[in-house]
Design a binder for this molecule. Structure first.
Ligand code: NAD
Length: 420
């Protein structure tokens, strides 16, 4: 599936509206939060290897800073729009707030196809972008991180450019950096690990435990693989995995590490020996206890929601479930662990990295993962508890509870600061 068909900003605003209504807040509070505090559009020109000059549009959106400096990734994608970047920055406000991090929400994007650029061209693009936004970022202002098609190398260029512009060494200005530049090795596993922890906690509550429960995973990249690996270590049986080229179903269980090896060697997990081949969409409808969509957005829709058999859906990906599908699932009693809860492990680890950089510290992987686990356990507990105590089961879902908590915290912070 390609980019969202609808305007993501409309979607983000309707989610905000729902939370505002559930909290009984007024229209003026909605208005304050429906648009970002600032969006900077910049033009980035790059001298290409063939001697030509290309111009790219880029943005940094700073949605809300009531809880702390803006925080959120930068994506490089040919279809990025300003509205998409604004919507993503709003989602970061909620994700950071729900996670209990002292961060507001921000996001950046460059409209570019990085796949057709050389490393030198990408470096120039990255440095020029960061220079152009350097007045509004900073360790205590706005802290970018990797997102779609940006990685630790891009963060290293951002950091270096910032050091040149500011004539200082501010390692906390970006997170998701290479280990040698103050990044954490545990970053790579953090989102998948967080998904697994949140799922385990929900399974304790709704399925009597994670031991022996069956899991299907859609998408076998960073999030999907580590979610599968850790869920298996926790005692679940991963019975199906898939990637963009297909999947495999094996009721007796798939070995996540072997599946990764098969993917690396043959191009897809679908070649896992011995199992039944299934399509990327069939994997969603298998008879399992837990489903982890960890690929792309809007894969669970009103068309297939009725056929989903899992009792828990743990959103590793961002936005895999449409609003219409969620209504069907809620009525069926399926528990959906929303993306802003389930996949917050990456940004939580970013916070640990940022704190470590500011302290000039040397946190170990074990300490970092243990802190991440504590936060995921607590956040999952609070969302479930809010849902049980404040909302109507069968009508409202965990996403409603998560948004209520997130929006309420931001509103409280704005009130305390005298903004509203
Ligand atoms: P990735 O690129 O490492 O992996 C994506 C996987 O999805 C690949 O295996 C790909 O083959 C598969 N895929 C693509 N299209 C598919 C389709 N139509 N059907 C089935 N599989 C398909 O990406 P990732 O970093 O693992 O991110 C996955 C999702 O998780 C994205 O929605 C991303 O926004 C979200 N997410 C990632 C992080 C993170 O830290 N990596 C954090 C929060 C959210």
């Amino acid at each position: 599936m390609e980019a969202r068909p609808s305007d993501p900003l409309d979607e983000a605003r309707s989610q905000l509206r729902r939370a505002i209504d559930l909290l009984g807040l007024d229209d003026s509070t909605y208005e304050v939060l429906a648009s970002p505090e600032r969006v900077l559009q910049v033009k980035v020109t790059v001298k290409m290897d063939d001697g030509s000059v290309k111009t790219f549009l880029a943005w940094r959106s700073q949605h809300n800073s009531a809880l702390g400096p803006y925080k959120g990734g930068v994506r490089y994608h040919p279809s990025v729009t300003m509205n998409e970047v604004i919507a993503l920055s709003m989602w970061m406000t909620w994700k950071n707030s729900l996670a209990g991090l002292p961060y507001g929400g921000g996001k950046g994007g460059i409209r570019v196809n990085p796949k057709v650029m050389s490393a030198r061209e990408l470096e120039q693009l990255s440095r020029k972008y960061f220079e152009a936004i350097s007045d509004i970022v900073g360790v205590d202002r706005d802290i970018p991180a990797p997102d779609v098609y940006t990685d630790p190398q891009v963060m290293a260029w951002f950091l270096d450019e910032y050091s040149k512009v500011t004539r200082g060494q501010f390692f906390g200005v970006v997170t998701g950096k290479p280990y040698e530049l103050g990044g954490l090795r545990a970053r790579v596993v953090s989102t998948g690990y967080g998904v697994a922890v949140s799922t385990r906690e929900a399974a304790k509550k709704f399925l009597g435990g994670i031991e022996g429960k069956t899991v299907a995973v859609q998408g076998y990249g960073n999030v999907g693989y580590y979610a599968a690996k850790f869920l298996r270590e926790m005692g679940a049986i991963v019975v199906a995995v898939s990637d963009s080229r297909g999947g495999v179903y094996m009721p007796e269980g798939v070995d996540p590490d072997h599946a990764l090896k098969v993917k690396r060697e043959t191009g897809t997990v679908a070649n896992y020996p011995g199992g039944k081949k299934v399509s990327t969409m069939e994997v969603l409808e298998l008879p399992v206890d837990i489903l982890v969509p960890a690929a792309i957005e809007e894969v669970i829709t009103e068309d297939n929601a009725g056929r989903i058999k899992a009792k828990i859906i743990s959103e590793g990906a961002n936005g895999p479930t449409t609003t219409k599908a969620e209504k069907i699932l809620t009525e069926k009693g399926v528990v959906v662990l929303p993306d802003i809860l389930a996949n917050a492990g990456g940004v939580i680890m970013s916070h640990i990295e940022w704190v470590n950089n500011r302290m000039g510290g040397w946190i170990t992987d074990e300490e970092a993962l243990s802190k991440l686990e504590q936060k995921m356990v607590e956040n999952t507990r609070v969302v479930i508890e809010t849902w049980e105590k404040k909302l109507e089961q069968g009508r409202n879902n965990l996403r409603d509870a998560a948004y209520m908590i997130a929006v309420e915290r931001v509103v409280k912070a704005m009130k305390l600061r005298g903004w509203i």
